[in-house]
Design a protein around this ligand. Structure first.
Ligand code: SF4
Length: 460
């Protein structure tokens, strides 16, 4: 028995509102087009991608050395380093730091890792209030929803809906949907949060082993505002985010924002190296399944991901089924690769939520073979017995049919006859394929029949 609804069921709910689906699709495609323009403006784009992929490959092959080097340098800089084997340990560490400082209100910015670990829920259960300070994240937090995209967390919401949420929670006038006014409302609300919180948590985009520093990329500057006004800065990082040297940073910074939103660079790329006097920086290095993925030869490349979201913006399935249908903190193609590593049973449906068109691999700035990995996951999931049993039986039947020319021809004939004379037998709600599309008009004859007829004609 599954604990969560699968992708197809959740996507069906999203697809009920067709104009919204079209709008979601077009909005994401607009971002993808911006990315294309930004990428094509750089003559060495492919070389950059190749270089980034190579650097990440090298880091993954020497991860333990770089982690130790980073830890030693960060400690020498005065940063306190913690290690978390999994999400539970990560959450406990964050809570214990807050408790040591008697803090029960925290501001947070830019961290999909804490979404992955369900930190907000955990802290809330332990009496700590967490305010997400990035605009998109704050909106979904007020709406009591998870982000639906890793870079654009509330891309699924229209400005009118955001106006309603702000009216309900932040007191903006009813019916107000002007983005300028809504942004001002959020800014005033967050100013009050920033100056009253003594602890701030951020994610990490890159950490440099050579210097023990880490970099947080943002467009709003909220991470800086939170951390500069707080006494304690907690930075949470997946262990794969390391790069060896500072000189490598330029490669990734040039790729990240262009791939994510088509910008040449994020507005802020903030470096954190050592705490100011009287302040503390804590770095929590989190494994949570990453070393298992590192050990899976076919899937280790997925750890190169720099979380730009380009694979989501281009994915026809993501664009037309929305991020929440992935029931995973990281949605879209890369999420569908990372999720089964954490729980193969719960996430067995996700690698099947793909057309395998390859567009994701095509745009990925670090050249992850995303669609190949999705295809490989399908094989692993079927072999391990986690695939949908009905689908398995269907595939067996198809295999037998395709293996026998006589069975294939008879099945084709029967199918064409049914579609022509009794279309209701397939065009009905019992057929999942019919739910969002009409079945095709059947051809008059099979290709085999056409070929035999025409070859015969040519031979005469
Ligand atoms: S897999 Fe590639 S395209 Fe997708 S988010 Fe990660 S880096 Fe970006």
């Amino acid at each position: 028995m599954k604990e969560v609804k699968d992708h197809a069921t959740l996507a069906e709910q999203f697809n009920i509102d067709e104009p919204r689906v079209n709008w979601h699709d077009e909005t994401l495609w607009f971002v993808r087009q911006k990315r294309d323009r930004a990428a094509h403006a750089i003559p060495d784009w492919e070389l950059l991608r190749e270089t980034a992929s190579g650097i990440k490959q090298h880091v993954l092959s020497n991860l333990h050395d770089y982690l130790e080097q980073f830890e030693a340098n960060a400690k020498a800089n005065g940063i306190t380093v913690h290690w978390a084997a999994d999400a539970v340990e990560h959450n406990q560490i964050v809570l214990s730091i807050l408790q040591q400082h008697g803090v029960n209100r925290m501001v947070k910015s830019k961290s999909m890792l804490t979404e992955e670990c369900h930190l907000n829920d955990y802290l809330e259960q332990h009496g700590v209030e967490v305010i997400d300070s990035d605009l998109g994240e704050r909106i979904v937090q007020l709406a009591k929803e998870p982000p639906s995209h890793i870079v654009l967390p509330c891309i699924h919401k229209k400005k009118e809906e955001i106006g309603e949420i702000f009216h309900e929670h932040l007191g903006s006038p009813a019916g107000m949907a002007d983005p300028q006014v809504l942004t001002e409302t959020a800014r005033h609300h967050l100013r009050e949060v920033f100056i009253t919180r003594r602890a701030a948590l951020t994610g990490v985009n890159f950490a440099v082993a050579e210097t023990g520093e880490f970099i947080v990329c943002t467009n709003e500057g909220n991470a800086d505002m939170g951390t500069h006004l707080a006494d304690v800065h907690i930075a949470c990082m997946g262990i794969e985010k390391l790069i060896p040297k500072r000189e490598h940073l330029g490669v990734f910074l040039r790729l990240l924002a262009r791939s994510a939103t088509g910008q040449p660079i994020t507005t802020y790329s903030s470096h954190f190296r050592k705490p100011r006097p009287g302040h503390e920086i804590h770095m929590v290095l989190v494994d949570n399944g990453r070393s298992t993925q590192l050990g899976r030869e076919d899937f280790r490349n997925s750890l190169k991901c720099i979380r730009c979201g380009a694979c989501m913006n281009t994915c026809p399935v993501y664009r037309r089924s929305g991020g929440h249908s992935y029931h995973n903190a990281v949605a879209g193609p890369i999420g569908a690769i990372l999720a089964p590593n954490l729980d193969m049973h719960k996430n067995a449906d996700l690698p099947f939520a793909s057309t395998l068109c390859g567009s994701c691999s095509n745009v990925c700035p670090v050249k992850i073979d995303i669609h190949d990995q999705l295809y490989k996951w399908r094989q692993v999931i079927v072999k391990e017995g986690y695939a949908d049993k009905k689908k398995g039986m269907g595939m067996k039947l198809m295999t037998q049919t395709f293996a026998s020319p006589a069975a294939f021809q008879s099945a084709g004939k029967a199918g064409r006859w049914l579609l022509k004379n009794a279309p209701f037998t397939v065009n009905n709600q019992l057929n999942p394929w019919y739910k969002q599309r009409e079945m095709p008009v059947p051809p008059k004859e099979s290709f085999g029949e056409w070929y035999r007829k025409n070859r015969k004609k040519n031979e005469q």
